[in-house]
Design a binder for this molecule. Structure first.
Ligand SMILES: [Zn+2]
Length: 187
């Protein structure tokens, strides 16, 4: 089965323990709003404000659990609005990325680097990947049954369990008028 459902994401923040402490208070624990498909990551109840110069974006959802590095995933329009030169990247590839200011209820963080536009990626369960002969980090094409080619460089992230899902940001999805749970074909 080379069809995988789409999960559309909004801008969000992954934070380190240290940054959660600074933004929400020492040893603060994020509250789960909703677990994501991989059953490990969750959308937290908590949000932060992203600020650069005179411009800011409020209500930016935190995706938990805490990470070893803070990573802020923004949209193309946010990049223009905040006047930030970020680039399309895989999660974790933060070298020479821009920073910004993160504001929480208890403090702020001046982030030096970590702002990206997330590249469309597929969380594919191991078993399916094996059947399709695909290896982790491989770049694949995503096709829509009617609309044709959607993405020619989606990154494969193999997961142990949970369910397979394609992650695309909402502005990328809008370009092709795609909705949540629509199925795309890996080719
Ligand atoms: Zn993802």
């Amino acid at each position: 089965m080379n069809k995988v459902k789409l999960g559309i994401s909004n801008r969000h923040a992954h934070l380190t323990r240290e940054h959660i402490d600074k933004l929400f208070g020492k040893s603060y624990s994020l509250n789960v709003k909703k677990y994501l498909m991989d059953k490990e990551n969750f959308a937290a109840e908590e949000t932060v404000i992203l600020k650069k110069g005179d411009f800011q974006i409020e209500n930016v959802r935190i995706i938990g659990p805490e990470r070893l590095r803070t990573q802020i995933e923004i949209l193309e329009s946010d990049q223009k609005y905040l006047d930030i030169e970020s680039s399309r990247r895989d999660s974790g590839d933060l070298k020479e990325t821009p920073g910004l200011t993160i504001i929480g209820p208890k403090g702020t963080v001046e982030l030096c680097e970590g702002v990206i536009l997330a590249r469309t990626h597929i969380h594919l369960i191991e078993e399916e990947a094996r059947k399709l002969g695909l290896i982790n980090k491989k770049k694949v094409k995503l096709m829509h049954p009617k609309k044709g080619l959607i993405c020619d460089d989606a990154t494969l992230c193999i997961i142990k369990d949970g369910s397979s899902q394609i992650h695309m940001d909402k502005e990328e999805a809008k370009k092709f008028d795609l909705g949540n749970d629509e199925e795309l074909i890996i080719s």
